[in-house]
Design a protein around this ligand. Sequence first.
Ligand code: CA
Ligand code: CA
Ligand code: CA
Length: 170
Amino acid sequence: MVSTEYERRIAARFATFDQDGNGWIDREDFSAAAKAVLVEFATTPRSDRGQALYSGAEAFWQGMAGIADRDGDQRITRDEFVNGAVKRLRDNPDRFAEIARPFLHAALAVADADGDGSATVEDTVRVLRALGVPEEAAGAAAARLDTDADGKVGEREIVTAFARYFTVPE
Ligand code: CA
Ligand code: CA
Ligand code: CA
């Protein structure tokens, strides 16, 4: 049996993926996420960083669809998400990290103003907010992402934390 708290957390993850809130997750949600990050950082989709973010979003979508879209209709319903994605990702968090890595890598590059391979905690908050994470949660999440407390968020930190957040323990 699943607990109410567990179901609440699953619903929150689903809502994060379902960017347009139409009740299912599809390719549009992933390109909307990429677009929101590019708008936040005034980066053009045609730039190298913009194109990398869109292809990362596409790879992320393909990976999620491969795991969860059981009927192959190019939509992940809430049922497919709960009974496919969540269970399989929990069994294999490394797989999820691999699926998400190109997108997170590209998002970090968009937010990485000085090109040193990591983004400031402040800019990471902007990424999370652009992805629809509420302000307060984004601030707390970004601070937690900086596990070595150097004021910056690197790829390993964001991939690990992202995988942990989405591979919801029961
Ligand atoms: Ca959607
Ligand atoms: Ca489906
Ligand atoms: Ca850090």
